[in-house]
Design a protein around this ligand. Sequence first.
Ligand SMILES: [Mn+2]
Length: 241
Amino acid sequence: MLEISEKKTIFVISDTHFHDWPKEEEMESFLSFLEMVREEGNELFLLGDIFDFYFEYKSFIPKSFFKIFFGLQKIIEEGISVHYWVGNHDFWIGDFFEGLGVVKHLGPEIIKVGKRRILVQHGDEIDTNFMVKTCLTNKFSRLLFSLIHPELGLLIAKAVSRFSQTSSRKIKLRDNSFENYAEKEFSQGVDAVIMGHFHKPYFYREGKKTLSIFGDWKHCRSYGVIVNGNISVMRFTQSPK
Ligand SMILES: [Mn+2]
């Protein structure tokens, strides 16, 4: 189990959904966020769907994401630990990221921050059909997709991801399924659950135990911070230059 000292400051971001050729403002605000993490943080958790689509070819990387890769590499070199929980849009994150020094997590994982056991996940485990995910993530699908020309592959992916994002945003958040999910985890010794994916913030508390869904970066510019094991959600604002 990953253990992190409660003295460390952990920043959490999810659902930036970077398309191919992100807008300049989108890119700049994300890079400013990384700058804040470099100055004030020790750890960065990327909670999935950082890319609206990402496929890791054997020999190619998309040049439109270069600044993101470079930004991550820079903060890693400065001593920030970066963890990547893959989402339902970027589950094909591979050894290129590991080469940058990013630690990859393929599913929900309990980490220990001080004495608190925090369950960290993207969140699609709650609403995504297991069969669909298995079909998409297996080695055969990966091999098939790798044979498509990258420019064509991107076109196909765009169409698929547009559908998937719309369906995630339609999910009703005032649904007992979140509370039931959290309560099940709490009963098994988890102190807090954090996730992204649903694009709207949602919080639930039972005694000292909490469920935090951070909203998203793409629409809300929201992110999480964990200090002394306490989880808070913030909104990123940037003063004009
Ligand atoms: Mn998602």
